[in-house]
Ligand binder design. Structure first.
Ligand SMILES: [Ca+2]
Length: 103
């Protein structure tokens, strides 16, 4: 039976391939595929973006090799960046909880 972390990794790559196989290259995300993935799987993050061109900017930032597609390695930058932001919020929340406990 897979551990929670192994399951999380499986979900991460299955989600990527679920969208990557829709058009063009089957192992990378086109701009449209990335947009669909973010709309369906990261709706809260996407709604927090004030800029209507946010997906286009994110796509451009992720496409490091400039081939017009986002491969899994490039996609991991998005997941890593979002995870880092979530961790910062989580640590802030823990600090606030600790301060309240000490009062
Ligand atoms: Ca690329």
């Amino acid at each position: 039976m897979p551990t929670e972390l192994e399951r999380a990794m499986e979900i991460l790559l299955c989600q990527f391939h679920k969208y990557a196989c829709k058009e063009g290259k089957s192992n990378s995300l086109s701009r449209c595929e990335l947009k669909k993935l973010m709309e369906n799987e990261l709706p809260t993050f996407l709604k927090s973006q004030k800029d209507p061109g946010a997906v286009d900017k994110i796509f451009k930032d992720l496409d490091c090799d400039g081939d017009g597609e986002v491969n899994f390695q490039e996609y991991l930058s998005l997941i890593g960046g979002l995870s880092l932001s979530c961790n910062q919020l989580y640590e802030m929340h823990l600090r606030q909880q600790n301060q309240q406990c000490k009062k």
